[in-house]
Ligand binder design. Structure first.
Ligand SMILES: [Zn+2]
Length: 336
């Protein structure tokens, strides 16, 4: 028995050590914007939903629910749900410097995987840097949740046309809209778009900090103590329809990446310490505002685009030409 206890003890110590190493090494182990930043980004966007989107989206409970869902995917990162944590950690970031040879990014995640594995196979040094889970999958999960939202809006339109109840699809829309906000918010945090995610690596002529900690100091500690939703609400304008959501979202990530060095320069000047500096506040509120604006634009685009796309759900059973013996049940999307 003692031997088993000792083995268990050693395994426990090893697991704790592994978790600590993960926290230090992997970008996916740090939370973007912390609880407050994500909640603010979602709430401000929800408060700006325009009158030409469905009216139910402007109800108080909807705004509160969307705000609550801002940090939701960060609640999926506990070691107690290992499969979930493992599967979705790479959704929160993308190291754009690792894919500067791949422009434009392919729109489908499996095409992206294939290109990365080809690159890895032809790379001699640090080839595993090109594994999809190390590069990050930010724009892919974002567009996939955007697609879910658009499909739900399409169903909402269909039920309205049929004068059927819409309460169930309204709940689905609220969930997808709030879930989407998390990743769009991550994308506005420059340190979620870079290999410089938590301490400067490589040539460092400006002597930026190489310590782990800048990431959480900026997005969590500093924001929680110094920023409110009201500080950037006035920066968010009426939404714009995106003509190419994927590529425009990638452009938004690249713009965020251009601000990486500013985060380090502000940290070096003490801008995020204590009450911080006026420059740090202006910078942070503009990043949070950029996140809210893109989120509102994506919701608006999903709504408008949902009107012009074919509905993939087959006609109801009574009207369907169901051939006896086929396995394509009514309500099941056909395999094309
Ligand atoms: Zn995140």
């Amino acid at each position: 028995m003692k031997r088993i206890d000792l083995t268990r003890g050693l395994i426990s110590v090893a697991l704790v050590a592994l978790f600590v190493v993960q926290l230090l090494v992997h970008p996916e182990s740090v939370l973007a914007w912390g609880n407050e930043g994500h909640t603010y980004i979602n709430r401000v966007a929800a408060q700006k939903i325009p009158a030409d989107m469905p009216r139910f989206l402007r109800r108080a409970w909807v705004v509160a629910e969307i705000a609550y869902l801002g940090p939701e995917p960060d609640r999926w990162r506990s070691p107690s749900e290992y499969e979930l944590k493992n599967a979705q950690e790479a959704d929160h970031f993308i190291d754009l410097e690792r894919v500067d040879w791949l422009d434009p990014l392919p729109a489908g995640r499996y095409e992206f995987y294939r290109r990365l594995y080809e690159k890895r196979a032809s790379t001699a040094d640090h080839a595993d840097d090109y594994l999809p889970e190390h590069v990050g999958l930010q724009p892919y999960i974002t567009m996939e949740v955007f697609g879910r939202l658009k499909a739900a809006f399409r169903e909402y339109r269909r039920l309205r046309e049929l004068h059927q109840p819409t309460v169930s699809v309204e709940h689905a829309i609220v969930f997808y809209a709030g879930w989407l906000g998390h990743y769009v918010g991550d994308g506005s945090q420059p340190l979620h778009t870079t290999i410089q995610y938590n301490g400067w690596v490589g040539p460092n002529p400006n002597s930026y900090t190489t310590q782990h900690g800048i990431h959480a100091l900026f997005e969590s500690t500093y924001v929680a103590q110094n920023v409110t939703a009201a500080d950037f609400s006035n920066l968010v304008r009426a939404p714009e329809r995106l003509t190419d959501p994927f590529q425009q979202y990638v452009a938004y990530l690249r713009d965020s990446n251009r601000h990486v060095e500013t985060v380090y320069a502000l940290e070096k000047a003490g801008g995020f310490s204590g009450k911080g500096s006026a420059e740090a506040l202006a910078f942070t509120t503009h990043r949070l505002g950029a996140g809210s604006q893109m989120l509102l634009n994506l919701w608006y685009t999903a709504w408008l685009d949902s009107a012009s796309n074919p509905n993939p759900i087959p006609a109801p059973p009574a009207a369907a030409q169901q051939t006896p013996g086929t396995k394509n049940h009514a309500g099941e999307a056909p395999k094309l």
